[in-house]
Design a protein around this ligand. Structure first.
Ligand SMILES: [Zn+2]
Length: 238
């Protein structure tokens, strides 16, 4: 990988055996990366990037905005998302093990011991998100393993910066981004289908798209929604 500079922007360039140039802007800093075919020289890449400058700047501005929006500081009535719905946070203190409850369609109630720091509150909420996902995922994997005709050996949930999910094809293991707990369940389902299809096809090629179409004809709608919902991070790669 090397870098080129264009109008104060540094661009990471990776050359691979691909047909078309591919431009990505990654959260949270707006890092720019171009994947280019092996036979394309830096001048051609520069022209390509210059033609996309408005798009790059727009995405970088969005990341800045989203960063402000997603820097949760655990204030009373701050808004947090769960399964695509918006809730207001209520922090209650009590001398008991911490817990999180959804008692109504409006509030996420967090119960913590007195003097629990904001960082600890973040951990408690994240662990709750993780638990919810871990409750939802097994049934979805089971359903889609049958439909697609594949089997995973294991799966897990973790926080990832740039991907909604990953699939290790050799180990048949999939990872799901913790952030998906905040999205509608069909978005989670879409990512699971996407990762399971990788067990049949490694690359995002025509065969992959055809498999996606046949198993989940609505996938483009879900993808669009996933990338446009609040606190999402723009164009994620997966
Ligand atoms: Zn993929």
């Amino acid at each position: 990988m090397h870098q080129i500079e264009i109008s104060n922007l540094s661009i990471d360039i990776v050359r691979k055996g691909i047909k078309n140039m591919h431009l990505s802007v990654y959260p949270p800093t707006g890092r720019i990366r171009v994947a280019a075919p092996l036979n394309i020289d830096d001048d051609a890449i520069k022209l390509f990037v210059i033609s996309k400058l408005a798009w790059i700047k727009r995405n970088q501005r969005n990341f800045e905005k989203q960063d402000r929006q997603s820097a949760r500081i655990f204030e009373e009535r701050e808004c947090h998302y769960y399964e695509g719905r918006k809730y207001l946070l209520r922090v209650n203190t009590q001398e008991a093990p911490p817990k999180v409850l959804l008692k109504t369609k409006k509030y996420i109630d967090m119960y913590v011991r007195p003097n629990t720091s904001k960082e600890q509150q973040q951990v408690i909420l994240n662990e709750w998100y993780r638990k919810q996902l871990k409750n939802n995922i097994p049934l979805l994997i089971e359903k889609w393993e049958k439909n697609i005709g594949v089997e995973v050996s294991s799966w897990g949930v973790k926080q990832m910066k740039t991907k909604w999910g990953t699939c290790n094809i050799e180990q048949k293991r999939i990872w799901i981004n913790l952030e998906l707990a905040k999205k509608p369940v069909y978005c989670l389902e879409y990512i699971i289908v996407h990762e399971l299809i990788h067990l049949l096809e490694r690359h995002h090629n025509n065969r992959f798209l055809a498999l996606m179409e046949s198993h989940m004809p609505q996938w483009k709608v879900y993808k669009k929604e996933l990338n446009s919902l609040p606190v999402s991070h723009g164009e994620w790669k997966y």
